[in-house]
Design a protein around this ligand. Sequence first.
Ligand code: ADP
Ligand code: MG
Length: 348
Amino acid sequence: MSKPILGIIGGGQLGSMLAVAANKLEIKTVIFCDDIDAPAQSFSNGFVYGEYNDQTKIDEFLDKVDVVTYEFENIPYETLHEINKIKPVLPKPSVNRIIQHRLAEKDFINNLNIRTTRYVSIEKKSEMESVEDFLPGLLKTLTLGYDGKGQYPIKSLQSLDTIDIDYSKGYILEKLVKLKKEISIIITRFSAQKYEIYEPIENFHEDQILRNSKIPAEISDKILEQSKLWATQISEELKYVGTLCVEFFIDRNDNLYVNEIAPRVHNSGHLTINAYNVSQFENHVRAVCKLEQIPLKKISNAKMTNIIGDQIENYRNKEYTENEFFFDYLKKEIKNKRKMGHLTTLIS
Ligand code: ADP
Ligand code: MG
């Protein structure tokens, strides 16, 4: 059987790294992106530039590919659903319908008897009058949030008067967890009960943006097993195909919570490129293109640092040792808080 041509919706750093992984497997890729400067076009075999609701552009893209995947979860469900009628979309669109909506996502997780933070839906301002129980908390938009965007810390009911919030968007209010640590699990599911799962990754955030990740995570065996089990249950329940990330909180009493699910390759998994025999990106391509599943082997412990905003300029001029791997996302414009690249260091 000849190898499929992989269509990737989204052309940022995740799309780039997927395309690079596909190249290595001799899988051709076509990127579809609404940014004419999309970095991933440099690594792909084809590029279609267009808005995600432009039917002519979607058709042009679909003509060129055999299977479709995506690098970010905020593509409208309807779009993915329509595409799926013409070419298979993996992971399947119904996964996105659940996960791109914070309330549906949390309800889904709780229905599996997996712990999340405590939360309440907020549809209008008056509902904020009776939420004392959930404070201090974080008010998050139901959809389209990432890197802490669309989040408002709420300390007390009094503090609400000082924040300007457009309640018509729909929100979830989450009780703030007293964090000891954050970890994530990256898992690639190929088919029923067929997985490759990476060891838990420990993550450090600042201002709700991921700064550093490392393996091994310094956690108890109990949390290690629990987090792997929950990630496996989630991906199985979703009948997921491809790479998925589950983000977890650990509180000061060593309770584990699922924070959120990312139905895609994930920033915390970038270190898998250098620290494992098969990266999260390669595994995603293997799963969605139905290639062979290869048992994971760790090559080394590692840490990864995100390079944000104008920090990138220092890194571009540095020299690196053989244990350091610098990735420049080749984004045209440097923006404050924008992820511009990362550095992975292999450690013993
Ligand atoms: P995003 O979609 O922007 O990644 P998250 O819900 O993962 O949104 O929030 C980003 C970060 O903000 C988390 O990784 C964590 O550091 C912090 N955070 C979010 N929700 C909570 C919470 N309920 N309690 C404590 N910290 C939180
Ligand atoms: Mg997150």
